[in-house]
Design a protein around this ligand. Sequence first.
Ligand code: ADP
Ligand code: TRP
Length: 330
Amino acid sequence: MKRRLRSLSGIKPTGTPHLGNYFGMVQPAIALQETHEAFYFVADYHALTTGRDPALLRRTSLEIAATFLALGLDPQRSVFFRQSDVPEVVELAWHLSCVTGTGLLMRAHAYKAALDKGEAGVLPAGTFFYPVLMAADILLYDSDVVPVGRDQVQHIEMAQDMAGHLNALYGDCLRRPEALVEAAVATIVGLDGQKMSKSYKNTIEVFLPEKALRKLVMSIKTDGAGLDDPKTPETDNVFSLYKLVATPAEVDDMAERYRAGGFGYGHAKQRLADALNAHLAAPRERYHALLADPAALDDVLREGAVRARAVARDTLDRVRDRVGLPKLPR
Ligand code: ADP
Ligand code: TRP
């Protein structure tokens, strides 16, 4: 029987999730559980390249897990786990690194940024190696599609290259995946109109209490147009976020009011805050309830890891066999 296409993605537990993560990655990934066999994980190994606080890592890992579950990930239908519960991924990363030129890794955006700042020499080797571990994540589970925001596409192309190298050298044993970037949510804007990112400190966290959410929405940057002036929806940050949560009729209505004038950014922000709050109120409650029981969250992740690990070990056995190593000890 033909298996369903497999969707895989991960998110680093390096901060509290924001609307960029939610609309750009979490929501599209969760939607794919309807049509795909979904494998999603908390990328805690990856977080170690920058994090140095064990207690914080434990807490943010649980926050990411609670976020996915609160927003609709179904751990019965999907395989939901913690990356480090399947340490086989580190071995696959080793095999990939043995067939990957350092030149490929030197083209990574993060490496080039460090080079530009004159910091390549002090960049942790783990950060240089980051794309190899990420390729191993993707290839270990025979993924077909990888739903992510646009900033991750380069990493997926690298995973394709690495799979290609290993397959060319040893014969086909790894499936080559495709990135899945939804154009409408490829880059969610932040408070200042740049890409929303924790590095830019312009984020709106997904599960802020209502009051704090409203306050942040009021601080979104807009152009200087006055209340009576006509406004351009296409270039406005408030409108851009409103489109993500409003119905098509509500979006059309707001666009008309912008163009007509007499509708100020204050009004638009009120509407956005109402719509966001309506969208997030129920998940916010679920999120806090889930976080209140860390042991139960841990159980969900452990059960997911058992299912993930079975697939991982099969793939790794295939690779081990090709390169001339014995099968994994059982
Ligand atoms: P950050 O930029 O805040 O550090 P991450 O790099 O941890 O966020 O991103 C986690 C996931 O969320 C990735 O799949 C990424 O593509 C997606 N993502 C992050 N920010 C955005 C955004 N502003 N728009 C769309 N997707 C995003
Ligand atoms: N690099 C991704 C990020 O920063 C996280 C990640 C790790 C990932 N492994 C992955 C995403 C595999 C997709 C597939 O968000």
